[in-house]
Write a protein that binds this ligand. Structure first.
Ligand SMILES: Nc1ncnc2c1ncn2[C@@H]1O[C@H](COP(=O)(O)OP(=O)(O)O)[C@@H](O)[C@H]1O
Ligand SMILES: [Mg+2]
Length: 292
């Protein structure tokens, strides 16, 4: 059975995607889903990607992606500008749904459920939160930045809200700095604090996965270090997927590193292996700074 699947997969891989009709590509994705047996994977897979393709109208931005993202790990997405890192990250909580004429094909699963077909989008976004490059606190108090979402979802008791705000700020390692300024506007605190406030806001919905798109690229080195330390702490309870331009950051923080180029995953694996013993020449060229 295994061998049969493997043969099917090898056959499928050798065929040019673009000439396959959609139904056949879907079959291929299903076959590919079973290509790795669970024993081969050290941690629990939380996101499973098989033969995934993505288009902005006529432009194919992601090509035949295959990837396992493991629970309680930090996975770094690296690669030159425009290679599809943010597009992929946005696919994980369907932020691309907002962009007209986008299309996704193939298998993309969160805890075994099809992200694009089996999940309510509101539930999905609570489970898979996103932090952006530029901190984007709401124009309201630090306290209300955290309490806003839970209030909309019906949490009214002051004590419950107080607890949730404190817990979220503590988890984002900003409570001690900000506990006396909860009524200050979220936009009035420093950039590094704003980013941790945004992380706290994401944590307040109790997600499983936190997506971070170059979360430190607008921050100074000390704030960057704080976020990196925080990520290390967060992975005990959550799964972190981070896009970074900074090779050292990937090397310092990530358990797993994924190298994107022109919409494809060139290779992925344990970070130390990718950095010290890459299989693909292009990976080596990129990490040694010869392009990008
Ligand atoms: N909203 C969009 N509409 C059309 N093309 C887009 C859009 N966003 C990104 N792209 C294109 O998709 C490709 C991948 O972009 P992106 O995912 O932002 O790359 P990265 O994050 O790796 O820099 C680029 O060629 C980019 O121009
Ligand atoms: Mg990007």
């Amino acid at each position: 059975m295994e061998q049969e699947l493997q043969e099917k997969f090898n056959q499928a891989k050798s065929v040019d995607q673009s000439v396959l009709p959609k139904a056949q590509r879907e079959v291929k994705a299903q076959v590919a889903l079973r290509e790795r047996s669970p024993e081969e994977i050290p941690g629990e897979t939380i996101i499973r990607v098989r033969e995934m393709n993505f288009w902005y109208d006529q432009f194919q931005a992601l090509k035949n992606l295959n990837l396992d993202i493991r629970e309680n790990e930090i996975t770094a997405l690296i690669g030159p500008s425009g290679c599809g890192k943010s597009t992929f990250l946005r696919c994980l909580n369907r932020m691309n749904d907002l962009i007209p004429k986008t299309r996704v094909e193939g298998a993309l699963e969160f805890k075994g459920r099809d992200i694009n077909r089996d999940m309510d989008i509101m539930v999905l976004r609570k489970q898979i939160g996103m932090v952006f490059q530029k901190p984007n606190p709401f124009d309201m108090s630090v306290y209300d930045n955290i309490a806003f979402g839970p209030r909309i979802h019906g949490m009214k008791k002051k004590q419950e809200l107080d607890e949730l705000v404190e817990r979220s700020l503590r988890k984002a390692a900003i409570w001690d700095e900000i506990k006396d300024r909860l009524q200050d506007n979220g936009l009035s605190i420093s950039g590094g604090q704003q980013q941790r406030l945004c992380i706290a806001r994401t944590l307040s919905t109790n997600p499983s996965i936190i997506l971070m798109d170059e979360p430190t690229s607008a921050l100074d080195p000390i704030s960057t270090q704080k976020i990196e330390e925080l990520m290390e702490e967060l992975k005990k309870e959550y799964t972190v997927v981070i896009v970074t331009h900074n090779m050292q950051q990937a090397g310092r923080t990530a358990d797993e590193t994924v190298f994107f180029l022109n919409g494809e995953i060139v290779e992925s694996g344990r970070t130390d292996k990718i950095f010290t013993n890459p299989l693909d020449k292009r990976t080596e060229e990129y990490i040694t700074g010869r392009f990008g």
